[in-house]
Design a protein around this ligand. Structure first.
Ligand code: 5AD
Ligand code: SF4
Length: 441
């Protein structure tokens, strides 16, 4: 099996993309080579997401294509990784004959052994969750990278048990990674030419690392990473409103290289739905946190996640979501229709009782409102001069560079003598729904 080539396909969140880089590193250490061409691969791994039912359906569909590839090349090994592997475990081997290997999010170190098992003709499964695995010592292979921005995973798991969410069941207990290994990873990336890192966790605000009796919380970690180099930009995701501290906002204000963008999922604008969701804050407490963001960081972008049509959501609750969106004026939002997930608190205790057409209509209203808010947010940027980190040529044309400002908005501008990785000052002249367009000054 050694010297054979692997291909990894990733679905879902940033965390999964980061995990795929850990997997690539473990496989390369194990003597396997990577390929960017699926047709050239001897092993294909699909890193999966379970957060909503349609994420799983997409993977099921993809497995039909894998079946086709395997018919052409019977030696091809197909492995499933990540949350869906964890959720369904050996049941998947019965349902999806095409799979040879199943590995959950905490068992990637075991992949070389699992591959050996597959080689000896058996199907291989490891879905054990761990209370301590953080892959701290593994330096991820930047698998699908632009060479400028990278993810650093700082914690794993989640123990918030939001009623709708499958994550605590598929990613296990919350654990924080050794802070020194995080700073070292940021330093290594900087020396290799990277200029932006995103610190990742399900709930980064509850990061906590204790060494020699000294506690480092998230604000402290962020400060250490910000000190690696002023030319290294730092982002982070995801923040939980119940744990977003003033100390963190003050740290963000002190460092220019900590980007002024906070992703703060609200999920609903109604206190009774928030309580039903087990989110741990009220509408007013959420609004108090966004007011604190605006007062410490006047130019900070705020983005969010919203779920439409959670169990027992009334028209009144839905209107409260719309009014909260207006009140905060989110710059950007990820918006979802509630999807019941097996084994969650909501699936066990509540009825998924908002009819599909009402969920869809409410989601549509939320999306329409957010379009208006994003438009207003972009419009405010016209005439401003912003600092942009150049990431690459624009997808549409080699005559334009594409980068992002501190607020995480994509900015497009005509190519100059600069290179990706450089910072430039760009005057914004106009915008489309998804990008700001300007020129270097
Ligand atoms: N249905 C719909 N959306 C969900 N999310 C999590 N679980 C569900 C679900 N069962 C959304 C939340 C979360 C984001 C990552 O996905 O908004 O913040
Ligand atoms: Fe899921 Fe809530 Fe944990 Fe986010 S904080 S992963 S929504 S349980």
């Amino acid at each position: 099996m050694k010297n054979k080539k692997f291909f990894i396909e990733t679905y879902g969140c940033q965390m999964n993309f980061s995990d795929s880089e850990i997997v690539a590193s473990i496989l390369e250490e194990g003597g396997f080579g990577s390929t960017k061409d699926i047709m050239d691969a001897d092993m294909i791994f699909i890193n999966t997401c379970s957060i909503r039912d349609n994420a799983e359906q997409r993977v099921r569909k993809r497995l039909e294509y894998m079946q086709f590839l395997k018919k052409k090349n019977p030696g091809l090994v197909i492995g499933m990784l990540g949350c869906m592997a964890e959720r369904l475990k050996t049941q998947l081997l019965e349902e999806e004959q095409v799979l040879d290997l199943i590995a959950g999010p905490d068992s990637y170190r075991d992949l070389p052994r699992l591959m050996a098992e597959v080689e000896s003709g058996r199907k291989a499964v490891n879905t054990l969750l761990s209370i301590e695995e953080t892959y701290a010592d593994i330096s991820p292979v930047r698998y699908d990278s632009n060479g400028i921005s990278a993810f650093i995973s700082i914690m794993r798991g989640c123990e918030n048990y939001c009623a709708y969410c499958v994550v605590p069941y598929v990613r296990g207990q919350e654990r924080s990674r050794d802070g020194i290994s995080i700073t070292q990873e940021a330093e290594t990336l900087f020396h290799r030419g990277f200029r932006e890192v995103t610190l990742l966790g399900q709930n980064v605000n509850s990061y906590q690392w204790i060494q020699d009796g000294t506690k480092t919380a998230f604000a402290g970690l962020l400060e250490k990473v910000a000190q690696v180099n002023p030319l290294l930009r730092i982002r982070f995701a995801t923040s939980h409103p119940k744990d977003l501290s003033d100390e963190l906002l003050q740290t963000m204000a002190r460092y220019k290289n900590i980007c002024k963008a906070i992703h703060l999922p609200v999920q609903s604008g109604s206190t009774s739905i928030l309580d039903h969701m087990n989110r741990g804050y009220t509408r007013d407490q959420y609004l108090e946190r966004t007011t604190a963001i605006r007062s410490f960081l006047p130019d900070c972008a705020i983005s969010t996640d919203i779920i439409a049509g959670f169990c027992d959501e009334t028209e009144e609750d839905h209107k409260e979501t719309l009014s909260l969106m207006e009140q905060v004026g989110f710059d950007y939002a990820y918006m979802f229709r509630y999807s019941e997930r097996p084994e969650t608190l909501a699936a066990d205790r509540y009825k998924d009782n908002v009819p599909a057409e009402i969920k869809d209509r409410r989601l549509r209203e939320i999306i329409d409102l957010q379009q208006k808010l994003s438009y207003q947010s972009n419009k405010k940027d016209v005439g401003k001069t912003v600092e942009v980190l150049i990431e690459s040529f624009s997808k549409r044309s080699d005559e334009f560079f594409s980068g992002r400002n501190s607020q995480n908005k994509v900015v497009i501008f005509p190519v100059t003598s600069n290179n990706p990785g450089d910072y430039v000052r760009v005057k914004i002249n106009r915008f489309t729904s998804a990008t700001l367009i300007g020129e270097v000054i």
